[in-house]
Each structure stands twice: as structure tokens, then as C-alpha cells.
Write a protein that binds this ligand. Sequence first.
Ligand SMILES: Cc1ncc(COP(=O)(O)O)c(C=O)c1O
Length: 366
Amino acid sequence: MINVTKSELPNLKEYQEYVKQIWKRAWLTNNGKFVRQLEKKLPGYIGGKLLSLVTNGTLAMQLAIKALNLKGEIITTPFTFPATTNVILWEGCTPVFADIDPETYNIDPADIEKKITNKTSAILAVHVYGNPCATERLEKLAKKNGLKIIYDAAHAFGVKYKNKLIGSYGDISTFSFHATKVFNTIEGGAITTNSIQINKDVNLLRNFGITGEEEVVLAGINAKMSEFQAAMGLLNLKKINSKILLRKKIYELYKRLLQNNSSLKFQKLVTPDYNYAYLPILFSDRKTRDLICAKLGKKGIKPRKYFYPLTNSYKFLTNYLNPFNMAKSFPNAVKISDGILCLPLYSELKLEIVEKICQFINKYTK
Ligand SMILES: Cc1ncc(COP(=O)(O)O)c(C=O)c1O
């Protein structure tokens, strides 16, 4: 079975050496040595002047919303993983959806502008598949309307936009280091910011609001990363540049072999400094996409329909949203979500398999 991704693993012996060190120190979590080492190294890869490691990318977004003290409405994209929408609800705010750009698949600033009300407190934008959002336009819009910006950079490890690392944008950027991501710490995540105050607040929030042995100053939560996760991260970091280069080779082969297929399109990348996290292809309609997906499945190839369905079409959301917010009013997002298919992409994927997948897709669609 060829899955859409395969976790990147370090050398087992090296990991065992790190585990031995953890055993020796008998310090398993709570800002241990490996966590501190990883926290120092990561800004060089993802940006932001200040960085806090956390348990996962979902808690990273929750802490971001809490640290910015957001209330009311948060404008976001429906073309994303459930976490982006769910955290808004979990933090007691209301998601208000804006449509996406049909080429980049990122949230459309022009549609955001139409959705701003006096209840809007922030924009939660996703760099979809690691492709950077229209940051200048979003930041102008935020400034004009007194809004905060959080970037969900779960897919954007190592990406640069306009020569700046992606985690340097917005009030806060959040990352996921889940096992399926370009860089993983098994489960894990990070919060980057350029603000000393926000960084202080985040660090307090991730550790129960504890300031001293006898003092707790706010209702924080447990979002700490463990030493085992950080050890995985330190080792995966050693090989990250070569892994991204291998991904690039695979990505480019897919593009070359599928470029003459008129029944599909590619996402428009807006930066050359990309991480090749995903290989999404877009079919003209759901029927063709589903057919190819099913046929590949029968051959042991498991692409994924990221992101289908749209998050604003979840049934449970009818309890929270007015009809204006539900999926049908988002023509671009509906079209992309209906046609999208992410093909297998990971550093160890054999080029012969890529060739076979492309031959197969070309045969059934041309
Ligand atoms: C866009 C996006 N945001 C957030 C998350 C949540 O990250 P995590 O799984 O680390 O909680 C994911 C997870 O895959 C994601 O794809």
C-alpha cells in the first residue's frame, strides 16, 4: 500500500542514544534540555523572533486565540483541516467563513473584507499545503480594521515568502509537527511571534498559568512538549534539508508527467522557497476525482481528498452557524474541494511509483 504520506524517521540507533540521555537525566518533560535545544534551533527554519514548542498544532492555535484574547467573530477559510475551524468554536468564538482564491487555494482578502463586522476580532488564515497566503493584503486589511492575524502554518515548515521565513508573519503563526508533516516530533507544534509580550503569555498559558511554586496567575492549560518528542525533532532536523530536496524531485517529476493532462490543474505556488509538503491535483468535478481516487485505491495507491468536505459543511455546525455561513455560498471553495486530490508524496517515495501513478492517471483521464 502506498499511502499519501509516510512518516520521516531518524536513524533508530541515534534515537536510542537520545533516549539513553533522557533516562540518565530522568527529566521527561517540563521544559527539559532537548525541548530547550529544539526551541533554540527552530526559529532558523521557521522564523519568528520568539518560539514556543507545544504538544500539537491544534493546541498551538487554541493558545494563540487565548493569548490574543480574541472574542466574537474570527474570519477563516473553510478549505482546511477540521482543527482550524474547531479551535475557534472550542475557544468560544464564532467562525465566519470567507471564500478562497481559485488558483492559490488560500483565503481571499477581497471576500474577507465583505465579512468584517463590528464583532470581528481576527483573521485565522491557513497557508494551504504550505503555499503562503497573500500576507501584505491580509495585513493591510487587519490594520485598517483593527484585527489580529493568526496564520495556521501547519503545512509550512521551512517555507519562505518574499525572502522571509513564514513564521515571521502575522501576530502569531502556529505550526504542526504531527507525524505526517514534512518535519515531525511524533506529535507536536510551535507558536512563533515577534512580540515579547505574546511569547510570555503563550509560555504561561501552556504551563497551567504557573508563575512559581505557590502562584498561578491565570487559567492556563497543559500544552508542553515532552523530551521524547523534542529528541525526535532534533534528529529529524539534521536531515530536513536533504529530505525537502528529495520531495522537490518527486514533486517536479509529478508535474512533468502530468503537465499535458488537460483534465487536471495544479495549485499556483507563490514562492520558490517551498517545502513540497503536498502534491494536490485538481479535477474539474467531484465525479472524475472520486473515480480516479477509487481506481488508484484498487491498485494499492491511497491518495487523500484534502480538504473534502469543506469545514463549513459539517452537519454539527448547523447548531452554530447561520445559513449565510454554510458551504453553498462559497463557489471557489466548493469547486476546489470537489475536485482536489493529494497524491502520495514523501522523501522515500520511489520515482518508478510516481511514474506508474502518473501513467495510470493519464490513462483514465485523457
Ligand atoms: C491545516 C492544519 N491545521 C492544523 C492541524 C492540526 O495539527 P495537529 O495534528 O498537530 O494538531 C492540521 C493537522 O494536520 C492541519 O492540516
